[in-house]
Write a protein that binds this ligand. Structure first.
Ligand SMILES: [Zn+2]
Length: 154
């Protein structure tokens, strides 16, 4: 046996670990996702201190750290604040390209919701364009119950 102070060959084992898990989305997340699943409605929560409507609904305001209060239904249409276009297929992407990832401020909300953009030619997309949520027919109670946001191109 060698002394502990002598250098050793460092071996590396290549492998993968599969770690299935579940966690509670909490009281606020449960209502938010239930409304998507059961009623195709999108809700935010209003902060009593700064008056912002946060979407997705959150228990704590990220702007002033106060507990949110009232539930507010927002529209399923909104404005794209920023976006990027995915043009190359990958096993990890949720849609076949071309599609986009966008930050959307829904009508009635004060924050941006990150989601998928799909359904028209990306060359026509612009910041500030209007989009509408397209819900899945079969919904499971998660953010992908909204399949994507479809640009409304005039
Ligand atoms: Zn606030």
């Amino acid at each position: 046996m060698s002394k502990w102070t002598e250098p050793v060959e460092e071996l590396v084992y290549q492998g993968r670990i599969k770690v299935p898990y579940t966690w509670s989305v909490g009281e606020v997340g449960s209502r938010f996702f239930s409304e998507l699943r059961d009623n195709r409605k999108i809700f935010g929560k209003r902060c009593p201190a700064c008056n912002k409507v946060l979407v997705p609904a959150r228990k704590i305001c990220g702007h002033c750290s106060r507990q949110t209060a009232d539930w507010v239904e927002v529209k399923d249409e909104g404005t794209v604040l920023t976006f990027t276009v995915v043009r190359y297929p990958s096993d990890v992407q949720p849609l076949n390209p071309p599609f986009g990832y966008g930050v959307i401020r829904l009508d009635g909300a004060d924050t941006g919701l990150t989601h998928l953009l799909y359904g028209s030619e990306p060359a026509k997309w612009r910041t500030g364009m209007r989009v509408k949520a397209v819900f899945k027919e079969k919904r499971a109670g998660n953010i992908l119950d909204i399949a994507y946001f479809e640009p409304i191109i005039p």
